[in-house]
Design a binder for this molecule. Structure first.
Ligand code: SAH
Length: 235
């Protein structure tokens, strides 16, 4: 936890936060903080700054904080992610928040296991929990936007063009002839398949909407590795 994320519910006064649970444990065990020590904090979806430990024991932590620094800019990236299996999804939520992805669309595709849509990890609270872990790691306060699209065709045909706008549109596909561009200086919309990959119909439909298939070489990466490798390559 490189940044302790606060919410308005934590604050008894404008600049005082009282923490228990996971954040208290972390400050006790990992920071091994003492009264008077300074810690980095940020308000969820708000500014970041410093906090002084006012009180600390095994039951509670009180911080007096001052917020004066804007969070880092997001990457101008929308990820279209065919819904991966729940365990991987959990880690991907953390990774995208840490790396500063602006928006993630979790979409259906032919090879997505239908039961994954019923996963408890897709509940709004569960999503937010993982995103906050990622923000704490990356030192950011702003939650990425998460959109669920349970049907591929209506999404691709009716909403995708608007969503992608005039961004660079790419679909990551191991069989692509073209290799993934590096250091792009514009907004990107990037589609990534699930464990089974995209079927040709889906790649074609995306291509009809301006998406160019791009690859990262002949090795097939796990979805979570592909997400990280593609983001690092693009930006
Ligand atoms: N059996 C599938 C593999 C899917 S890997 C197939 O052959 O398509 C899961 C997803 O990660 C892929 O759909 C793709 O979006 C991305 N990916 C993995 N390895 C990649 C590579 N070498 N180049 C581009 N994308 C890759």
């Amino acid at each position: 936890m490189n940044l302790i994320i606060l919410t308005p519910q934590d604050c008894s006064q404008a600049n005082i936060a009282n923490l228990t649970g996971r954040r208290l444990q972390h400050v006790l065990e990992v920071h091994q903080a003492q009264v008077g020590q300074q810690l980095r904090v940020g308000m969820l979806n708000g500014l970041m700054g410093n906090a002084e430990v006012v009180h600390l024991d095994k039951q509670s932590l009180q911080l007096r904080f001052e917020l004066d620094q804007a969070p880092p800019a997001k990457l101008p990236l929308t990820l279209l992610l065919a819904l991966p299996r729940p365990k991987m999804l959990k880690r991907i939520f953390q990774t995208v928040a840490t790396m500063g992805v602006e928006r993630v669309v979790l979409m259906n595709s032919y090879r997505v296991e239908k039961s994954f849509w019923d996963s408890p990890f897709l509940q709004p609270d569960a999503i937010q929990e993982q995103l906050i872990l990622g923000l704490e790691q990356g030192k950011d306060t702003v939650l990425p936007e998460i959109i669920l699209e349970k049907r591929f065709k209506p999404f691709a045909e009716d909403r995708l063009s608007n969503l992608a706008g005039d961004s660079l549109k790419l679909v990551a596909h191991p069989m692509a002839q073209q290799s993934c561009p590096r250091d792009v200086q514009q907004a990107v919309t990037l589609a990534i398949g699930c464990e089974g990959g995209f079927i040709p119909y889906e790649v074609n439909l995306l291509a009809e909407h301006g998406f160019t298939p791009v690859g990262l070489g002949e090795r097939i990466l796990r979805v979570e590795t592909a997400v990280t490798a593609l983001i690092a390559r693009l930006f």
